[in-house]
Design a protein around this ligand. Structure first.
Ligand code: UDP
Length: 372
């Protein structure tokens, strides 16, 4: 049995990366993280504010380097400084709309970046990898709920195609070289935040995802939500997605690493989702109920590339990774809202209440949220 304890995390300062590092540190792993700050906020001296908060939550250190995966020599330098046992690869450009406008940039960053990483891993005899993939590789689903056997590749956008191409590359290298031991995790819709309210989603670009946008409306930074399409073939005509709390997603990565530690799989793929579909209107309703804040919305046209419903069969991860998701939709809304209200300007406001409020309860718009 392999026995690894030092994990190299690419995109570690980002939304999913930072939450995953909390879980890794709490599970006893040491973490070396890199980020190029393309989609996460950087501090004045090149440090990562999100990871400072991670250290605050866990009481454990994170070694951090500002590094772009396209800078292969820097990557080589970091690998030569540390004995890295395994890698979790989150770093990726991820805005669907943007990917259609600047496809070459997406192909270069996501695919060349991954090739550089795989080459440096190989040079250093490190073959254990958890890859951050997405349900977008399934395209417009042929059946629901989506199992891992569902065909992939008929993808509707460039971002999704980069994930698909990387998965194909991982298939090829793991077939050609038996040393590779890889798990690709296909995420459904990650939302929520760490229950402390200290870390959460803080996009550096426009707010395009539903929950961050809704929270911006709730906090008064945006006037109203536009629901993209009211004529889908769903329960109420709005798009249905499988939302998963980011802490459940994070624990899924620790479960995947534990699996790689015990078994030589070459390559396995798992869905990470709860298997529960929720429409846009249903999520808005849940969010209003949990926060006590009304969300004005208007129905608009469909967003290009969107599909009716994406809901997974998540049972394989539950049985084979022994992964137990713990958070329901109310907790997803509660934790996102806690993060949003404690950090109205995200990590940009170090003076925000987040730094001071580390308690278990928090009053939001006169409503007391239960601590975790
Ligand atoms: N959505 C919406 N208004 C928004 C953002 C998203 O109606 O401002 C809808 C979108 O059409 C989809 C769902 O919310 O049905 C989830 O979208 P999101 O961008 O969060 O994630 P995706 O499923 O596209 O990865």
């Amino acid at each position: 049995m392999a026995n690894f304890n030092t994990v190299f995390v690419t995109g570690g300062a980002g939304y999913i990366g930072s939450h995953c590092i909390v879980e890794l540190l709490e599970a006893g792993y040491s973490v070396i993280a890199i980020d190029n700050f393309a989609n996460s906020v950087n501090g004045e001296h090149g440090e990562a504010p999100s990871l400072k908060r991670v250290e605050q939550i866990t009481g454990k250190p994170v070694i951090f380097y500002q590094c772009d995966l396209l800078d292969k020599s820097k990557l080589e330098e970091i690998f030569s400084k540390h004995k890295i046992d395994c890698v979790i690869h989150f770093a990726s450009m991820k805005a669907v709309g943007e990917s259609m406008q600047v496809p070459l940039l997406y192909y270069k960053n996501n695919i060349v970046g991954t090739i550089n990483l795989l080459e440096v891993m190989k040079q250093n005899n490190c073959y254990q990898l958890v890859f951050s993939s997405s349900c977008t590789v399934y395209g417009n689903p042929e059946y629901l709920p989506i199992t891992e056997e569902h065909p992939t590749g008929d993808v509707t956008n460039v971002y999704g195609r980069t994930k698909y191409f990387i998965e194909e590359m991982l298939k090829d290298i793991s077939a050609a070289e038996k040393n590779w031991n890889i798990i690709s995790l296909r995420y459904f819709n990650p939302v929520g935040a760490h229950p402390s309210g200290l870390i959460g989603e803080d996009p550096t670009k426009a707010f395009t995802n539903l929950m961050p946008y809704m929270a911006q409306v709730a906090i008064g930074n945006k006037e109203s939500l536009t629901i993209f399409g009211g004529d889908y073939d769903t329960v109420d005509g709005t798009g249905v997605r499988d939302y998963i709390h980011v802490m459940d997603l994070a624990s899924g990565h620790v479960a995947a690493l534990d699996k790689l530690n015990k078994e030589h799989l070459r390559l396995k793929v798992y869905n990470l989702g709860l298997g529960t579909g929720l429409s846009v209107k249903e999520l808005v309703h849940e969010f209003e109920e949990v926060t006590g804040v009304h969300i004005p919305y208007a129905l608009g046209p469909r967003r290009v590339g969107d599909v009716d419903s994406l809901v997974c069969d998540g049972s394989l991860a539950v049985t084979e990774l022994q992964w137990q998701p713990k958070y329901d939709v109310k907790m997803m809304c509660r934790d996102f809202w806690r993060w949003q209200t404690m950090n109205p300007n995200g990590y940009r406001s170090e003076t925000a209440t987040a730094a001071k409020l580390n308690g278990t309860t928090l009053a939001v718009n006169g409503k007391q949220l239960n601590g975790h």
